[in-house]
Design a protein. Structure first.
Lengths: 292, 776
């Protein structure tokens, strides 16, 4: 058995291929949200747009920050900053699984050579008051995509249900390029590696997230974002309110990385962020005159 | 007769739900067909990730004709009754049948085609299907009323014989076509009927029968290990899960870098099993091997080489993460880790984890120093109950007594045990801030144990750190090593006291801090190890930890008052909570609830081991002839007392029984000394009688004179069986008394003396248990 001679896709080529694929399947190709967030789901193109009756099909890359996942650049596949490819399709099309598998084929995965599996994973975002049913999609045991049929967002039932696909881009690329370390990924076809672009970032950000970030200041920021969210809500501005909720969520994640929030307190903080996010979703529904 | 085939094809059904779904499908099918008068036998159900299938053999082609009768009013009934019946049945008077003066509505129901019944039944089954979690999807989900299924339903095969049973649900029409394996045969195949379903799918790379897939996985996984010179570590849970994840399972063996074997085997097994659903293997010498078996869902063109390589990489990544944590954690002594607990809030109202650790350490030491937990033979000598009965009888066994092997370490001295318990408690929570536990929270305790052993802690300390969360829920191992028991008990008591102090007891179904489980853990530790712990004293002691931490001389009055109110609240509620948990525990262990109530009603007991001994003796006693008869005699006496002397004292209560409290575990009071209604000894009393007692009356007095001290002494010696035997001696005299003596005598002196005698009987029985609570 010989590998096809075709060179595997570089990181950026893979993204462009996915853009092409989903563009051809009717998605708007959006750009990342310009704020720190833990997942592509936080992008307003997912959260807010998932609400209400209007059809919505979009795909975009979203940089994600998960401070506690930082490993100072020393772990070959754990990063505190990485990319998700996010597709949201509302209402969920009947052939969503086939569409998804088509995208895997497009980026070069041979499904008679690799073991693709849909393994139960009920997705829940306590901070967004959202949940859905679906799977983590495995490729030879590696989770490469989160596949979810949203059932609720911001505490509201989805009418209609949106399908969400979240690809872990680095993992997929490591797969396609057969690399053991994320830092060895070919970013482009001209010899630039992922490590050249991001290793330094991982080292510095890990140190800051875990050791340096001023926790008093972070606690203060958390309070301020909460207050500002409430201020925005009192002026019936769901989008600014939602942004403040995202900011509060990220600050909370940083506090977690600094190890200053206990298990018991964690619930309270998450509840706080959830209330903000729910408030923003409710204001958004209200503004559009959509009934819960 | 013909066979029916139903296949409900959907997107991937979670593995863990498939077995119950098969049962539910059979149950619902049987019930729906029974409604139409069709009996079903010989149902076969199958589940794969993508289909839920039922085959019903030998169904009739149509249902039998039935005649249904509804009874109506009598012909003599008023016209309104008839009108009402006609309205209800929609018939006219002429259509009713008169049978002996009563009217009947008779409806003849002709037989129906089974296909028609099925065409209605299957959509009803689908709509009513009890998935543990279900969802809406697609265009129809614009309404929340749209069909719910476990994942989107994609197709339905419904064939009676070879004919399609036609129906439609949520836009899906039943038919004869299904799909083969998602990758090997992603095309439509047409099923002929129940007879060719399994084999047609097999030809398209789908093994429909879950048991066949499980067998295949089990056998081939073992075989793969064997070929590598290893032994598969059996895991039936994994077999079933992998069978639920595959339609064409192919177990494949891979190997990982042996350098990862430095990581504790539990960690490797956990990450392989939980995260990847891999089996692990053992080498000939019994140690964990650097191999795994994954189960693929395709027969890959290259024999699975790519798949194994991919899975190896994933496992390697996970293990390298684990190894990174392990190596990093090992560099930091646990004492140093424990310091970080100062920054972790245990609960916002209850201080930091470091505060908790300090309280637990002191409490663990106290438990040893008080002699509640002893290093060697014997048991505590302190009066744990605070003035309880003397303890002459030693328990037959003491599980806390270490059983050293021939060359094992000698039992610890008391002072050493106290030091070790405190040391273990101070380090027990340190692993919570380690990287490994951050990543795998379920390894809490276990990792601490490893780290403690690695830094050269005493083996008992390492074991205590490892096991101090135990028992976690019913059925979990209950620690017996004294150091572990001390830490485990202290930790749980502190948690309970803390949240009751903070006014956060469980309410209804909400128990966010798992306090019920903690209380059950305390009960199991006490009973399993026969620890003589007065709960009141322990709660009091635990509370002192809070006072020491929270109160200072500069404290404002308001804060002191609040603290005192919190303490009072805990004291008011925690004992009852323990009592309730104990009742639940005993009920689940099969003890009659009325017997538990009968002992609890005495009050005055906070030594659970003694309390349970009493319950168990009572349980053995009440089923004997003597027990039953004594109960009957007791009830008769109690009834007369209730009727004749309503002002007589109600059943005695322990002195310590708090006012207005339920049947909790009241404050310490001597349990064997329930107040006697008559302070005079029996002999004195007789002399005071103004009349000559009748023989049966005198005999009862004599019997009481003899039984009372024997029962009291037996109770003091905690020999409750003997106490009950003493009471049993009253049974014949009581019967004789009721047979020949009239209580309600015209002579008020006789009447009152006899009522007093019955009161004596009741009081004597109440020494053992409040028999008024016993049923029967």
């Amino acid at each position: 058995m010989t590998q096809p001679l075709k060179k595997p896709l570089s990181f950026q080529r893979m993204i462009l291929t996915l853009h092409d694929y989903w563009s051809e399947h009717g998605c708007l190709i959006l750009q990342p949200y310009d704020m720190e967030m833990g997942a592509g789901t936080f992008h307003t193109a997912t959260t807010l747009r998932a609400l209400g009756p209007k059809p919505w099909n979009a795909a975009f890359v979203q940089p994600c920050r998960r401070p506690t996942d930082g490993r100072y650049g020393e772990n070959p596949n754990r990063l505190q900053h990485y990319y998700q490819y996010q597709v949201i399709l509302k209402p969920s099309p009947a052939n969503l699984q086939e569409l998804y598998l088509g995208s895997l084929a497009a980026i070069g995965i041979d499904m008679l050579k690799h073991d693709i599996r849909f393994v139960e994973d009920d997705w829940e975002s306590p901070t967004l008051g959202a949940w859905g049913l679906g799977w983590e999609v495995w490729c030879d045991g590696m989770e490469v995509t989160q596949f979810t049929y949203f059932q609720q967002m911001g505490g509201f039932d989805m009418k209609p249900v949106a399908g969400e696909l979240t690809y872990g881009l680095e993992r997929l690329a490591m797969y396609i390029q057969d690399k053991d370390s994320v830092y060895d990924l070919a970013f482009n076809d001209a010899g630039v590696t992922y490590g050249e672009v991001f290793l330094e970032n991982e080292q510095e950000m890990s140190k800051w997230n875990f050791e340096v970030a001023d926790t008093d200041s972070l606690f203060e920021q958390f309070r301020k974002h909460v207050a500002e969210c409430e201020n925005s809500l009192s002026h019936k501005l769901p989008i600014p309110a939602y942004e403040q909720a995202i900011k509060a969520s990220h600050v909370f994640n940083l506090l977690q990385a600094r190890g200053v929030i206990s298990v018991a307190e964690r619930q309270a903080y998450m509840g706080r962020v959830r209330d903000l996010a729910k408030g923003a979703c409710a204001a958004w529904m209200d503004k559009h005159g959509w009934a819960a | 007769m013909t066979d029916f085939l139903l296949e409900l094809r959907s997107e991937e059904i979670p593995a863990r739900m498939q077995a119950k779904a098969r049962d539910d499908l059979a149950k619902l099918f049987t019930a729906e067909l029974a409604k139409a008068g069709i009996a079903t036998s010989a149902l076969v159900t199958y589940a794969t990730p993508r289909r839920l299938t039922l085959i019903a053999r030998d169904l009739p082609l149509e249902t039998a004709a039935v005649s249904e009768e509804v009874k109506g009013p009598k012909t003599s009934a008023p016209p309104q009754a008839l009108e009402g019946f006609l309205r209800k049945t929609g018939l006219t008077r002429e259509q009713l049948v008169d049978r002996g003066g009563t009217l009947f509505a008779v409806t003849e129901k002709p037989g129906r085609a089974t296909a028609a019944v099925l065409a209605e039944a299957i959509p009803a089954i689908i709509r009513a299907f009890p998935w543990p979690k279900s969802m809406r999807w697609g265009d129809a989900s614009a309404s929340t009323e749209s069909l719910r299924w476990v994942r989107p339903l994609q197709g339905i095969v419904a064939l009676l014989g070879e004919e399609i049973v036609p129906f439609e649900i949520a836009g899906i029409e039943s038919g004869a076509a299904t799909l083969g394996h998602r990758f090997h045969h992603p095309y439509q195949i047409t099923i002929g009927g129940a007879h060719d379903y399994v084999e047609k799918l097999r030809a398209c790379h789908v093994i429909v029968d879950q048991d066949e897939r499980a067998t295949l996985i089990r056998d081939h996984a073992r075989e793969a290990a064997l070929q590598a010179g290893l032994e598969l570590i059996d895991d039936e849970g994994l077999v079933a899960e992998n069978a639920g994840l595959t339609e064409w399972p192919i177990p494949l063996l891979g190997q990982f870098d042996p350098a990862f074997l430095d990581v504790p085997p539990e960690v490797i097994q956990l990450t392989a099993r939980v995260n990847q659903k891999y089996f692990v293997c053992r080498s000939a010498d019994g140690t964990l091997a650097n191999a795994f078996v994954c189960t693929a869902n395709i027969a890959a063109h290259d024999g699975g080489a790519k798949i194994v390589e991919g899975n190896r990489k994933v496992l390697a990544a996970r293990l390298s993460d684990a190894k990174f944590f392990y190596d990093t954690d090992l560099k930091v002594p646990l004492e140093e880790q424990a310091e970080k607990l100062e920054k972790i809030v245990f609960h916002e109202k209850l201080g930091t984890l470091a505060d908790k650790v300090d309280r637990v350490a002191k409490l663990a030491r106290w438990l040893v120093e008080e002699g509640i937990i002893l290093p060697g033979t014997g048991r505590g000598t302190s009066e744990a109950g605070g003035g309880g009965a003397p303890r002459s009888a030693a328990p037959a066994e003491n599980p806390l007594h270490p059983q050293p092997m021939a060359d094992g370490p000698p039992p610890l001295a008391g002072e050493e045990l106290a030091d070790l318990a405190e040391r273990a408690a101070r380090l027990a929570k340190a692993d919570l801030v380690t990287g490994m536990v951050g990543e795998f929270p379920e390894l809490q305790g276990l990792m601490g144990g490893y780290y403690a052993a690695a830094q050269g802690e005493h083996p008992a300390v390492a074991a205590a750190i490892r096991d101090h969360y135990k028992p976690v829920g019913q059925g979990d191992d209950v620690p017996t090593d004294p150091v572990t028991v001390a830490v485990s008990l202290a930790d749980k008591l502190d948690t309970l006291v803390a949240f009751f102090y903070g006014g956060m007891p469980p309410t209804g179904s909400k128990d966010p801090f798992a306090l019920r489980r903690a209380a059950l853990g305390v009960l199991e530790l006490l009973t399993r190890n026969k620890l003589r712990l007065g709960l009141w004293q322990a709660i009091y002691r635990s509370m002192t930890g809070f006072t020491d931490q929270r109160c200072s001389s500069e404290m404002p009055d308001a804060a002191i008052e609040e603290h005192q109110a919190s303490i009072k609240r805990a004291f008011d509620t925690l004992p009852d909570f323990f009592a309730d948990r104990l009742k639940v525990q005993q009920r689940e262990a099969g003890v009659r609830h009325d017997l538990i109530d009968a002992v609890f009603a005495l009050g005055g007991e906070d030594d659970l081991v003694r309390l349970l001994a009493r319950v168990h003796a009572l349980q053995a006693f009440v089923i004997t002839e003597d027990g039953k008869n004594l109960l009957a005699g007791y009830k008769r006496a109690a009834n007369i007392l209730k009727k004749e002397a309503p002002s007589a004292p109600s059943p005695p209560k322990g002195e310590g029984r708090g006012e207005g409290r339920g049947e909790g575990l009241p404050s310490s009071a001597a349990p064997g000394t329930a107040p006697h209604p008559d302070p005079l000894p029996g002999g004195e009393r007789e002399k005071m009688l103004s009349y000559t007692p009748e023989p049966a009356e005198a005999a009862l007095m004599t019997a009481l004179d003899s039984a009372e001290p024997r029962a009291t002494a037996a109770i003091a010696a905690e020999d409750f069986a003997a106490a009950m035997a003493a009471l049993a001696s009253l049974r014949a005299p009581i019967d004789a008394f009721f047979d020949s003596v009239i209580v309600n005598d015209a002579d008020p002196a006789k009447r009152s003396a006899r009522l007093a005698l019955l009161e004596r009987v009741r009081a004597a029985v109440h020494n053992v248990a409040d028999f008024s609570k016993i049923e029967g």
